[in-house]
Design a protein around this ligand. Structure first.
Ligand code: UD1
Length: 417
């Protein structure tokens, strides 16, 4: 199992390019299931989660052709096996995103239940209830969701809570349904908008993506298209935090601050100077950051996927920060690992109180989930001496070429096999 060895203390500087967004690419690749024609994608990030999704789609009969470093064509013309096995879904919950497109296109799907995961229970009841409202017959047997519908019917669906992949699954299913579907309490995340843009270029009729009411007029069929995946706002935020904690000066290229308002605001509150250009963001950090409190909530509020990284920067900031996690019930696992580096963090239910310390010290720590791993990297960059991060397969799920990118910015980082 790979580990990451970081020699702390280097000040990050220079430029690095941000990859396409994992959380946009995963649903968008599933959109190719909705048509018999080839769909071409660019700016696809090179990540383990993407490889897993491509294996899953290939298992179903989808043709996968790589085109250069970040290009890809998916051809659903020979789709013949609408099944997602437990083996695939257990490593990547986003595999549930095939459910909506499969039942809409094939009239049938068998998809393993993802089960719980480290950060919380994460049920998929809203995905199921929405499809049922659209007329799908759904049974859950032997750990698999079995969905059937000769043709889905448009419906009015109001989800009990804001769910990102739930909104995406239902929006994709509704594209081929008979009549209009209205999704209320829809997720407003930019990745939902990117998916909607891709679907529209495939011939879907969608309005309201980016608001909490999305309307989809079903069509008979969708066609091929070309779509470029949006930049990864969480990868962008993670590198901004890494630069900030080291007192660095970096410019992130091929990205946008458009969807990062809350993150940029917090970094400015922490004392960073941020300059936003059309396709790049520059951050110049002060010698020592100021503590910043935050509360996670669905977009456009502060993203839960940036909570762990901000906990890391608060560990060495001046002052006391309160971090409140409202999306997932068990998303503070990085706190114990950060404490191994010398952080002072007190957990009280869904609140973490972080008292900034003058310095962290390198130690061996364990990555527990994707964003928790990123927080350990950030802490390792500023800790004195060596930090060894175990189980970085979590990191490889969501950060493309992380050691190359960090090294380019001047970090002393090595992958240990
Ligand atoms: C997506 C993101 C993930 C991010 C999360 C919240 C992808 C591939 N993943 O995950 O990185 O952390 O949004 O921004 O885009 N819930 C239910 N029933 C459901 C669905 C969700 O109870 O049917 C609950 C979840 O347990 C959680 C909350 O709703 O507490 C939000 O989850 P959701 O937005 O669905 O997260 P994901 O789409 O899985």
């Amino acid at each position: 199992m790979d580990k990451l060895l970081i020699q702390g203390g280097a000040v990050l500087s220079g430029e690095v390019a941000i990859s396409g967004a994992k959380n946009a690419a995963l649903p968008i690749l599933c959109a190719a299931l909705l048509t018999t024609e080839p769909v071409h994608f660019t700016n696809v990030p090179q990540l383990n989660d993407i490889s897993t999704m491509l294996r899953l789609l290939a298992d179903m009969g989808v043709g996968v052709t790589k085109d250069g470093v970040d290009g890809l064509t998916l051809d659903g013309g020979k789709l013949n096996n609408p099944v997602a096995s437990y083996e695939m879904v257990k490593t990547m919950r986003a595999a549930i995103l095939v459910l909506g497109p499969l039942v809409a296109r094939c009239g049938e799907a068998r998809v393993s239940l993802p089960g719980g995961c480290a950060i919380g229970a994460r049920p998929v009841d809203q995905h199921i209830k929405g499809l049922q409202a659209m007329g799908a017959e759904i049974s859950v047997e032997h750990g698999y969701v079995h969905a059937k519908a000769s043709r889905l019917k448009g419906a009015r669906i109001c989800t009990d809570m804001v769910t990102v992949t739930g909104t995406e699954n239902l929006m994709m299913a509704a594209c081929l349904a008979d009549g209009e579907t209205v999704i209320e309490n829809a997720a407003r995340e930019p990745e939902v908008v990117d998916l909607a843009n891709c679907l529209v270029s495939m011939g879907a009729r969608i309005s309201g993506a980016g608001t909490d009411v999305i309307r989809i007029q079903g069509v008979e069929k969708l066609h091929g298209a070309t779509h470029s995946i949006m930049p990864d706002r969480i990868e962008t935020g993670t590198y901004l935090c890494a630069a900030a904690v080291t007192g660095g000066d970096v410019r992130l290229l091929k990205t946008s601050a458009a969807y990062l308002d809350t993150v940029v605001d917090k970094l400015m509150d922490a004392g960073c100077d941020i300059t936003v250009e059309r396709d790049s963001i520059r951050l110049v950090a002060p010698k020592r950051l100021k503590a910043v409190s935050l509360r996670t909530a669905p977009y456009p509020a502060f993203p839960t996927d940036m909570q762990a990284q901000f906990m890391a920067i608060n560990c060495v900031a001046e002052g006391v920060a309160t971090i409140r996690e409202t999306i997932f019930e068990n998303r503070f696992m990085h706190a114990n690992e950060l404490a191994r580096l010398g952080a002072d963090i007190q957990i009280e239910g869904s609140n973490a109180i972080v008292r900034g310390v003058a310095r962290l010290e390198g130690a061996t720590v364990m990555a527990t989930d994707l964003r928790a791993s990123a927080s350990l990297v950030i802490a390792g960059l500023v800790a004195q001496g060596e930090t060894l991060i175990d189980r970085i397969y979590h990191l490889d799920r969501g950060y493309a070429q992380i050691e190359e990118k960090l090294t380019k910015l001047g970090a002393i980082v090595k992958r240990v096999h």
